[in-house]
Write a protein of this length. Structure first.
Length: 352
């Protein structure tokens, strides 16, 4: 409770300081006459978000947009201050990926008051408005990981889940869906949930402790590739980093689809991932900002880019982009189809 209070105070302080510093908004057009939009990068310490950062400028150029960028470094107070910077620069729209989806409401209110449309990427705010949420179905991430592990383990054994931050809608969705699926479909599998706050060092420490207490663990679900390096290191230290044919093999499922994960699947170090579309996140965040500037309105239903727009609550739409399960063989696991790790349609192979 004290942590949440400190977070709210930090957000309020950043908001007040930024408002004091803000001058009059600009025209919203760059030197070339192109509409100026702001993109806040949530962090640059993971391969996934660095890939998103790499994709954004190209799509902005393609769409005729000029970018102003900031990096909030996984800090909601910095994100709030960055939003105020965008207001002072007179941007026509803002794309952001708030990692604390509860504490971002004040910044959304300020942008709405200035009539600046917002697209949130990867995460959905718990409260507050946005023009569009660009995201994949994170409950499906948990479901796919559950089905893959359940099939691989024959419905029996012990599994460690390296959860994200449960203050994030993504961490909650992946955790709840995984647990519900395991309880309903694989009651013979015992699940140990470990909160990690999307922190690789914490994830490694929690996995080390779990494997010491339960040396017969047979599966690991990492809710993001932030935990990849630490997980492999811990398994190596425990002499459990062995190939799929070895009886001591630990079945590892990740989320993200970064190039390193795809190589690890090919090498037999991990078994599967769910490819979160960094390229499509960058592309459609900017496409929706351009659409907002042009005054377009969307409704729930199928899109022309292979996804589905759903209404997640009154007045808030979410474009749920495809995020396939990726495996070594492209097989189907308990009804869940997958694609091979070397499929060239995967963005991780484009960058890898």
């Amino acid at each position: 409770m004290q942590t949440k209070t400190r977070t709210r105070l930090a957000v309020a302080a950043a908001l007040a300081a930024a408002l004091t510093a803000c001058g009059a908004p600009g025209s919203g057009s760059g030197a070339s006459g192109a509409p100026v939009v702001g993109v806040d990068y949530p962090r640059s310490d993971t391969d996934f978000w660095n890939s998103y950062i790499r994709y954004s400028p190209g799509f902005a150029e393609e769409l005729g947009l000029e970018l102003k960028t900031t990096n909030s470094q996984n800090d909601v107070a910095k994100l709030t201050a960055n939003a105020q910077t965008f207001i002072s620069q007179g941007v026509k729209g803002v794309a952001m990926a708030p990692q604390d989806t509860a504490a971002i409401a004040p910044a959304l209110e300020q942008l709405e008051a200035k009539k600046i449309p917002v697209v949130t990427v990867d995460t959905r705010p718990d409260t507050g408005n946005a023009y569009m949420v660009v995201r994949a179905d994170n409950r499906a991430y948990g479901e796919k990981a559950c089905r893959f592990l359940g099939a691989k383990l024959g419905g029996r054994g012990k599994v460690v889940v390296l959860q994200g931050d449960l203050a994030s809608i993504n961490g909650r969705d992946r955790t709840e869906a995984f647990n519900e699926c395991m309880e309903a479909a694989y009651p013979g599998i015992t699940v140990f949930g470990e909160a990690t706050n999307w922190d690789g060092a914490i994830a490694a420490q929690k996995l080390q402790t779990a494997l010491t207490a339960h040396p017969d663990v047979k599966g690991v679900y990492m809710q993001s590739s932030f935990a990849l390096a630490g997980t492999l290191q811990v398994l190596r230290q425990k002499d459990r980093l062995v190939g799929p044919e070895d009886p001591g093999h630990v079945v590892v499922v990740s989320n993200d689809g970064i190039p390193e994960e795809l190589r690890n699947i090919a090498e037999g170090l991990i078994d599967a991932t769910v490819s979160q579309p960094a390229d499509l996140y960058a592309e459609h965040a900017l496409r929706y900002l351009k659409a907002a500037i042009d005054g377009k309105v969307f409704a729930p239903g199928r899109t022309d880019h292979g996804s589905t727009i759903v209404q997640v609550r009154d007045g808030l739409l979410e474009d749920q982009l495809p995020a396939p399960l990726v495996t070594s063989d492209g097989g189907t696991y308990d009804g869940v189809p997958s694609i091979r790790h070397d499929d060239r349609s995967l963005w991780g192979n484009e960058l890898g």
